[in-house]
Design a protein around this ligand. Structure first.
Ligand SMILES: [Zn+2]
Length: 290
């Protein structure tokens, strides 16, 4: 049995830590991955958008709603709309308080305006009206980490889904909420491979401690509340194969010494003004243009 003591995490450098977006970045653009992960320029090149800000705001709002428990579950959708502006205030405060600039919330904050508030209030109202009864929260999710050991070296997986809720059948549901303007395309591109695995792996220790042996990972769409078909169930005591998937991924990342550009129109790394500087820095670290 591996022990997850906070101390253990401190010895693992950030370059040996992987989040879901790190794996996605590596799959879509090696250069983007290297700039964000190896050079630590994640928030420097990360550009926000109104769509992204809407998603972040809605996700924060559902967490806030759940944090009020019964009070929220008995309130009308009209009343719960108030959680949107309160959540925006929290995001802005968190951004200000964070000594790291830019940080996770920086790209969002500049898009938090009246248009986004109204859009979020409408989306939330429609969601709650269609969904009728919110499932109960099984506890707030904090920042999660899990140590994995590969060939004697420790790595950490990190991140966190949005909420932990009680499913209709009593099974705990690890939920990630998604906001998608083009809902059909959003569903088509939804990662139902790595995302369910990683979030379940990260939640496993907490759930096992609470006495749960099984869990369901579930995606909820802000723009389509009735679709609960994007799920996968896991046996929390048998996650070795799931963990191996990530060990294999990290091995593959470690083996790569090439810089490959995706050249995508919207790639924040390939289109960065500083792309040449980043290449030079990576070359100094031993990476070669592919
Ligand atoms: Zn790219």
């Amino acid at each position: 049995m591996v022990q997850y003591k906070p101390m253990a995490y401190n010895n693992i450098p950030t370059t040996r830590g992987y989040s879901l977006s790190d794996f996605h970045d590596f799959d879509t653009c090696t250069f983007k991955f290297l700039v964000k992960h190896e050079l630590g320029k994640k928030y420097e090149i990360g550009k926000g958008s109104p769509q992204m800000a809407l998603g972040v705001l809605l996700d924060k709002t559902i967490k806030v709603i759940h944090s009020f428990g019964e009070k929220s579950y008995n309130a009308t959708p009209e009343r719960l709309k108030g959680a949107v502006r309160y959540s925006a205030k929290l995001i802005i405060e968190e951004e200000k308080k964070n000594p790291k600039k830019p940080n996770f919330n920086t790209a969002t904050v500049e898009f938090l305006n009246e248009d986004i508030f109204l859009s979020a209030e409408n989306t939330l109202f429609n969601y709650l009206t269609q969904y009728r009864k919110l499932k109960k929260s099984l506890g707030e999710i904090k920042f999660l980490q899990r140590v994995v050991e590969i060939d004697g070296v420790k790595y950490k997986l990190w991140g966190g889904p949005d909420t932990l809720e009680e499913g209709a059948d009593g099974l705990p549901e690890i939920v990630d909420y998604k906001s998608r303007q083009d809902i059909a395309k959003g569903k088509q591109n939804m990662d139902m491979d790595l995302m369910p695995k990683l979030y379940t792996l990260l939640m496993a220790e907490t759930l096992l401690d609470k006495g749960h042996k099984k869990a369901r990972f579930l995606v909820k769409y802000w723009q389509d509340p009735e679709d609960e078909t994007f799920f996968e169930e896991f046996d929390l005591e048998k996650l070795e194969e799931v963990e191996n998937v990530f060990k294999e991924r990290i091995r593959k990342i470690n083996q790569n010494k090439e810089i490959i550009f995706c050249m995508g129109q919207y790639c924040e790394a390939c289109n960065s003004d500083k792309a040449d500087d980043y290449v030079a820095e990576l070359e100094k670290m031993g990476y070669k243009l592919g």
